[in-house]
Design a protein around this ligand. Structure first.
Ligand code: UD1
Length: 421
């Protein structure tokens, strides 16, 4: 199993380009199943989760054509099997995103229940209830969600999410595009990835308004056609490299990204003492060689501070001046990186969903284990500002969400390499 070996102490300094957003690419790939012609998606990141989605399509008889620079053409008309099997779904929770499109377009879907995962119970009850509100008959048998559309197809409905759910909103949004009549989603997720999905669906002929607000209105259409659509840049990858720059007192410039969707993160980096400059498609951070100051933060749905950046900021706070409080409100049990950071000498106390981090001058390299995607990124950041070597194990988590992370960090001057055990 591959590991990452990091020798800490180098200030990051340099320029890299940001990849397409994983959390946008996955729902957009799922959305291609709604069309009755080929859809081409560009700027896909080269990641395990994307390959898993493509493999899932292969199992269903849809053979995506992979072109240059991971452009993928999907023609869903060749679908033969309306089943997403457990062995793929268990490796990627986001497989649940095919449920809405399949039942809306083909009238039936079987998707394995994703089950628990490392960062809390993460149920899918809200996805199921939303589809039921549109008339789908849903049973859960043998670990599979079996959903059938009523005679004549799904019907538009008013559906209000009890809790804001990103993939839940995306599933109902996709299903509603082909439903009869109007659907109104209240308490919808406002994440930029939801907006990107809506824009792709509109390019395919869907009628949607209100994306990016908490109320999305969809007027169902008879059919969706082919389109060509480029996935937006990854705001979490952008944020992760900025934090790595801040933790190492360095200077980084990130290109092919969109700073306008990173406001909460950029404000916190400025609070930590970074000079942030932005253009339309780039962002740069300069610590002028200074140690960051610890920041307080509280995660919540967009536009507030993203839970997917919490672990990385914890790593920065661990080497910052002062004490910072980190409150996680989106997921239970998302502090598993704390234990590993403590092995590197971090001073962190956890009380319920609050972590109090007191920065030390430098961490100490140690063997550590990645527990989930963003936690693994935080351990890499910790290793970049630690004395000696840090060996990060179980990096398959990191490969799910970061394209060429070691090459990109090397380009910024880090001492990092992949080793096969
Ligand atoms: C998505 C992102 C993930 C991010 C998360 C929160 C993708 C592929 N993944 O995950 O990177 O960390 O948003 O920004 O886009 N919940 C329920 N019932 C449901 C669905 C969700 O109770 O049916 C709860 C969850 O347990 C959690 C909260 O709602 O506490 C938010 O989860 P949700 O927004 O659904 O996360 P994902 O869409 O899975």
């Amino acid at each position: 199993m591959d590991k990452l070996m990091i020798t800490g102490g180098n200030r990051l300094d340099g320029e890299i380009r940001i990849s397409g957003a994983k959390n946008s690419a996955l729902p957009i790939l799922a959305a291609t199943l709604l069309a009755d012609e080929a859809v081409t998606i560009c700027n896909l990141p080269h990641l395990h989760d994307i390959t898993t989605m493509i493999e899932l399509f292969g199992r269903m008889g849809v053979q995506p054509v992979v072109g240059d620079k991971l452009t993928v053409e999907v023609n869903p008309t060749s679908i033969t099997t309306l089943v997403a099997p457990y062995e793929l779904v268990k490796t990627m929770r986001a497989s649940i995103l095919v449920l809405g499109p399949m039942v809306a377009h083909f009238g039936y879907a079987e998707v394995a229940l994703p089950g628990g995962c490392a960062i809390g119970s993460r149920p899918v009850d809200l996805h199921i209830r939303g589809l039921e509100a549109m008339g789908a008959e849903i049973t859960v048998e043998g670990g599979y969600i079996k959903a059938r559309a009523p005679e004549g197809g799904l019907r538009g409905a008013h559906y209000s999410f009890d809790t804001i759910s990103v993939t839940g909103t995306e599933n109902i949004l996709m299903a509603a595009t082909l439903a009869k009549g109007q659907t109104v989603i209240s308490n919808a997720a406002r994440e930029p990835e939801v907006v990107d999905l809506a824009e792709c669906l509109i390019a395919m002929g869907a009628q949607i308004r209100g994306q990016g607000t908490d109320t999305i209105t969809i007027d169902g259409v008879e059919r969706l056609h082919g389109a060509r659509y480029a996935v937006m840049p990854d705001r979490i990858e952008t944020g992760t490299f900025l934090v790595a720059g801040a933790a190492t007192r360095g200077r980084v410039k990130l290109k092919d990204t969109d700073p306008s969707i990173l406001e909460a993160v950029l404000l916190k980096l400025e609070e930590a003492g970074a000079q942030i400059d932005t253009g339309k498609t780039w962002v740069s951070l300069d610590m002028k060689g200074n140690r960051p100051r610890a920041v307080n933060l509280r995660t919540a749905p967009y536009p507030a501070f993203p839970t997917d950046m919490q672990a990385q900021f914890m790593a920065m706070n661990a080497v910052a001046e002062g004490t910072g409080t980190v409150i996680e409100t989106v997921f239970e049990n998302r502090f598993m990186h704390v234990q590993e950071m403590r092995r590197m000498g971090a001073q962190i106390q956890v009380e319920g969903n609050t972590a109090i981090v007191t920065g030390v001058e430098k961490l100490k390299g140690a063997p550590v284990m990645a527990t989930d995607l963003r936690a693994s990124a935080s351990l890499v950041i910790a290793g970049l500002w630690a004395d000696g070597d840090t060996l990060v194990d179980r990096i398959y988590h990191i490969d799910r969400g970061y394209e060429c992370i070691e090459e990109k960090l090397q380009m910024l001057g880090a001492s990092i390499r992949r080793v096969s055990a």
